[in-house]
Write a protein of this length. Structure first.
Length: 454
């Protein structure tokens, strides 16, 4: 059978593409070697947030006195948290299977390999994929093979039972007695939050001068100061030289020493997964990822790529949007849609949360864009004051000094993840400050800070 579209990878990009194309009446085959949902649903976003929410409930219960609530002898059951996490994941995976359960979509569980891509004009050629001893032919192929944890070349890291990656940490039946986290990026800081709130001594080692180096420095500093005050040992500008069992040797510009911990979680980023694509020897790469155009098309005819494998922005919602745009291009939908990479919201699920969209002050300066910076403590929101005792937070807005359009918004404070989309609309549509002022926010909500700052 010849399919309209063959998709390798059943993560957010893959299952979104399969659903969109099959609903349009096109025959689709989707290959997934593990479980539908990919890294995000099975060993990433969802299980992490499930555990983080459990930890937050425990943390809030043990700190309830500031709200006039007395809770004594509060305990938690980590095994029960893990069980709930598994149930949540299973339900969501089942939901994806149901969405793909139609006459035009075939799901194949197995390790797929691309055999060739015929060098014909778009829409006229074809691709061949092998899986489980069967050969599949399709007019188009979409590569959604995702990414894998990057293993840095640190002596002693491989085959060390004391060393975890994020998948190992999520699967652990018991909490570590103590943990060193190598890498102060998004994954590292979310796990630092989880373990700290469950009472595990945490040390974070980051080679850069600050944690979360891609975010607004002023926002990050608020989190850094709070976490250090809370007892999380955060070492910046510090390099891991080697690991010997559970002993980590580190160095900085001023000293060298070693630290000991029950477990060592290495989270220093992810790399595009290009396995199974060896036959596409003319596929153009860029910085170790598949290079794509504005419609997610590669340099090869009939070959598209979406999600982490493109190395653009490794977020599930970006992968889903890329898939929508790519399938829309294949279907020749009018008007042709493009991805607004300048308006992609991102969230760090620490406590407090960090949410941002658009450019920072530093990025504006590097781009020679004159800007006006507006900022307010989150306490200008009555709802924030009512629900975040002892917190101040911050909301920053980056405005083009010439045309007064909103270029970026950066917040720290709960629950900024739930209203950053409103800022994304403003950045995406090029709202000016006077235009954004006309948006009515419900009262009392923390989202009102976006109106107050104007």
């Amino acid at each position: 059978m010849r399919y309209f579209l063959a998709i390798i990878g059943g993560g957010p990009a893959g299952y979104t593409a399969a659903e969109k194309a099959s609903k349009a009446g096109k025959d689709v085959v989707l290959f997934e070697q593990n479980a539908l949902g990919g890294t995000c649903l099975n060993v990433g976003c969802i299980p992490t947030k499930s555990l983080l929410y459990g930890a937050k409930q425990y943390f809030n219960a043990t700190h309830a006195q500031k709200y006039g609530v007395a809770a004594e002898n509060v305990t938690f059951d980590f095994a029960a948290m893990q069980k709930r996490k598994t149930i949540v994941v299973r339900k969501l995976v089942a939901g994806i299977k149901q969405r793909l359960n139609n006459e035009h979509c075939t799901v194949v569980n197995g390790n797929a390999t691309v055999l060739s891509s015929l060098p014909c004009g778009e829409g006229q050629g074809g691709v061949f994929v092998s899986c489980n001893g069967q050969l599949y032919e399709a007019q188009y192929i979409m590569i959604c093979t995702g990414s894998t944890n990057f293993v840095p070349p640190i002596p002693g890291i491989k085959d060390n039972p004391a060393v975890w990656d994020s998948t190992d940490a999520l699967a652990a039946a018991e909490l570590p007695k103590s943990i060193i986290i190598v890498g102060g990026g998004v994954i590292g800081m979310e796990f630092a939050t989880l373990y700290h709130e469950l009472g595990v001594p945490v040390t974070v080692i980051e080679a850069m001068p600050t944690i979360l180096p891609n975010l607004d420095p002023e926002v990050v500093q608020i989190l850094l100061d709070k976490y250090r005050k809370a007892g999380i040992n955060i070492l910046t500008s510090t390099k891991v030289e080697s690991i010997d069992g559970n002993i980590v040797s580190i160095s900085s510009s001023t000293s060298s020493t070693s630290l000991t911990s029950d477990k060592i979680l290495v989270s220093v980023g992810r790399r595009a997964n290009l396995q199974g694509l060896e036959a596409l020897n003319e596929l153009e790469l860029e910085r170790g990822a598949i290079k794509i155009d504005e419609f997610c098309k590669t340099n090869l005819p009939n070959v598209y790529a979406c999600g982490d494998v493109t190395g653009k922005i490794m977020l599930a919602h970006v992968a889903s949007r890329q898939a929508e745009v790519a399938v829309g291009r294949m279907l020749k939908e009018i008007p042709l849609q493009r991805i607004a990479y300048n308006a992609i919201p991102s969230v760090v699920y620490t406590n407090p949360e960090i949410a941002s969209v658009g450019i920072t002050e530093a990025q504006a300066e590097s781009m020679s864009i004159p800007v006006e910076v507006k900022k307010l403590p989150m306490t200008f929101s009555g709802r924030f004051m009512a629900e975040n005792e002892g917190e101040t937070g911050l909301c920053k807005m980056i405005v083009d000094a010439k045309n007064h359009s909103v270029l970026g918004v950066h917040c720290i404070g709960n629950p900024c993840s739930e209203f950053i989309s409103a800022a994304s609309f403003a950045v995406r549509n090029g709202y000016t400050v006077p235009e954004f002022r006309q948006v009515v926010f419900p009262h009392p909500t923390v989202s009102e800070i976006l109106h107050e700052i104007l």
